[in-house]
Design a protein around this ligand. Structure first.
Ligand SMILES: C[S@@+](CC[C@H](N)C(=O)[O-])C[C@H]1O[C@@H](n2cnc3c(N)ncnc32)[C@H](O)[C@@H]1O
Length: 316
């Protein structure tokens, strides 16, 4: 029998949620302890752990569409009902989508080690991520890391232990039972040792969340010409902690609207989206276009306000 892939059930679109963090009981249709995996790859591990713990709800984050598609198929074929997936940076997802003291376990399996010194900031176990873990995990909640890179596990240990937020065991080499993930299988075939680190939350950290509900919009009460809109192409702004750039401007076929393609960053978190400019009887409305809804972060809100300000000033 063909398997019907029900993306709408398994794949989450938290950008569209009005309330974040959400009520996870409503998202899953039942209340249960929560587990999270950051970087689920092909979803093999998540499918297995979800089957082993049917009384838990699991949320997985990965940043590539291929991973989301492959993992979704795997969950649907296996009939796994207690997993939801999101194509989202797990650092952002964990911080923005989970309340304090709400996650029982966070799994990280074979994260990219980013060995070059100039890429240190890309490694997952940075102070900000450790703070997020210490905020959202329940007391004694676990972080479980598997890696083939011993120094990486040691560095993660130091990050988790600093500030006294976690008690840590390991890294210790783990024997070769059934490989937990695709990468575990790959590295074992190459004869590499696999290292495990387990940390338990000792103290809660505070985090600053930046995504908000609501839809930023602004109106400009004057008649604006198409050439003024075109001049927005390439406009950039940078401030401590964020930036945005207007990459392209597209004119609507009706002559009454335009779309601006915008890239924004809030610290390390990048988004791409469209701003819609629509002519109205009182001038121009500037708002987010619903086709590519981003999280409403400070950089996104600022881009809306700033485009309106630029268009307004264009008349003075
Ligand atoms: C080396 S692969 C490991 C995949 C899987 N865990 C395994 O063991 O087979 C690392 C995975 O992490 C994902 N990834 C990298 N940075 C991420 C982030 N910030 N948030 C979520 N996923 C991330 C990558 O897309 C990739 O799928």
């Amino acid at each position: 029998m063909d398997v019907v892939i029900r993306y709408e059930r398994t794949v989450l679109q938290p950008e569209t949620w009005r309330k974040i963090p959400p009520d996870w009981g409503s998202v899953f249709g039942r209340r249960a302890p929560l587990g999270v995996e950051v970087g689920f790859g092909n979803g093999e591990f998540l499918a297995r752990v979800a089957a082993e713990r049917p009384d838990w709800n699991f949320v997985g984050f990965d940043v590539t569409l291929t991973c989301v598609e492959n993992a979704t198929r795997r969950m649907e074929r296996a009939g796994v009902e207690n997993v939801r997936l999101a194509m989202l940076d797990g650092r952002f997802g964990l911080r923005e989508l989970f309340a304090e003291d709400s996650v029982g376990v966070a799994f990280v399996n074979f994260p990219c080690p980013w060995p070059k010194a100039r890429h240190t900031k890309r490694r997952l176990f940075q102070p900000e991520f450790v703070c997020t873990l210490a905020a959202v995990l329940v007391p004694d909640g676990e972080v479980r890391l598997l890696t083939d890179v011993q120094w990486y596990a040691q560095e993660a240990r130091e990050a988790l232990e600093s500030d006294g937020l976690f008690t840590v065991a390991g890294p210790r080499p783990v024997g070769d039972g059934v490989p937990a993930t695709r990468y575990e299988r790959k590295w074992r075939l190459e004869g590499r040792d696999i290292w495990e680190l387990i940390a338990w939350r000792k103290a809660r950290a505070a985090v600053w969340r930046i995504a908000e509900g609501g839809m930023p919009h602004a109106t400009v009460n004057r008649d604006i010409s198409w050439s003024e809109v075109e001049q927005l192409t390439g406009w950039k702004e940078r401030w401590p902690g964020g930036a945005f750039v207007i990459r392209e401007v597209f004119r609507g076929g009706d002559g009454q609207s335009a779309l601006l393609r915008v890239f924004s960053t809030d610290a390390e978190f990048q988004q791409q989206y469209f701003l819609l400019l629509a002519r109205t009887h009182y001038g121009m409305l500037v708002k987010l276009d619903g086709a590519t809804l981003p999280f409403r972060t400070p950089a996104v809100r600022r881009s809306v306000a700033q485009v309106a300000t630029l268009l307004y000033k264009g008349g003075s």
